[in-house]
Design a binder for this molecule. Sequence first.
Ligand code: KG4
Ligand code: ZN
Length: 357
Amino acid sequence: MTKNPIILGIETSCDETSVSIIQDDECGIPKILSNVISSQTDIHKEFGGVVPELAARSHVEKINIIAKKALNKSGIKLDKISAIAATAGPGLIICLSVGLNFGKALASSLNVPFIGVNHLEGHALSPKLHNKLDYPYLLLLISGGHSQFLRVNELNDYTRLGTTIDDALGEAFDKTAKLLDIEFPGGPKLEEFAKKGNPNRFDLPKPIINKGGCNLSFAGLKTAILKITRNISSQKEKYDLAASFQKTIEDILYIKTKIAFDEFLKNFPVKERTFIVAGGVAANNGIRKKLIQVSDENHFVSIFPDLKLCGDNAAMIAMVGLEKFKKKRFDNLDLPANPRLALDKKAKFLKGAGVQL
Ligand code: KG4
Ligand code: ZN
């Protein structure tokens, strides 16, 4: 066994097939030896969204090739791998099963520990691939399926401070992009549209902005956009609507983050004020700028993952695997895929009509 453990991570929860190899390092920040990501955008483009059956089939076709590529790139021989970490949830169950079963088989044949990883914990720990980071910290997780403020107490120990009561932020970006006829995946392209428009042209709602603490809501915003798109036709108006949407999101996150800062400090005295923003939407430049601003104003140090590590990738899964490996938290080979795996298991379900804030 090498002195510094080497972890092979596998991610197949949605529409990215990814395998990564990372190695622990004395400096406290692991080395990413390879992080191969194969996106299925071309497969799902014509359907305007991810088709689970096609996604799973593509994972099955590619997982072996991607694993070989990741190994070749890393220069690491299979017999040097200390453990295998694979995403166990949340995500699409038929997609999760592909990576999970591949990982279990590999761990079994190499006779090394197998570690199941919560995909959301992967996002939560992704900045650790480039920064030294101590617990606890405040996390804003903004992805295609989740939008939550969490206190990260420790590995596998989370306290949810706020969550979306309807759509996730990435979902709001994707749905708005669709209404503006932007090709799938629309989220990243919407930001480009927004740069060409007037952000003050349309006054959009900011749902639950004055209530519900740092809980979030984006569904009303989408409805307002739907109504406006029925009455606009020119490209200029579409750019203006994209810009107004981008600005409204930035304003919502600014206000809600301030509330989250207060809740984080009020409930738990901390030595360091660290604010991590992770998940696919953390790649949005305008959002980054606004969150840096609110952090500076409130004396928080804001940290974002590298742009390449914001979206789904296996390096972040290997990162969680490495932390679990060091604590000898291994899983049995009968660990099931769990499409609903949460970070704070005690947090109340806060979605749907009639939810009490
Ligand atoms: O974390 P992620 O890769 O997958 C999930 O775990 O959901 O996040 C994907 C989401 C998509 O909704 C995508 O549109 C959004 O992140 N996204 C963005 C940007 N880049 C990706 N949304 C806004 N601006 C971006 N630049
Ligand atoms: Zn994700």
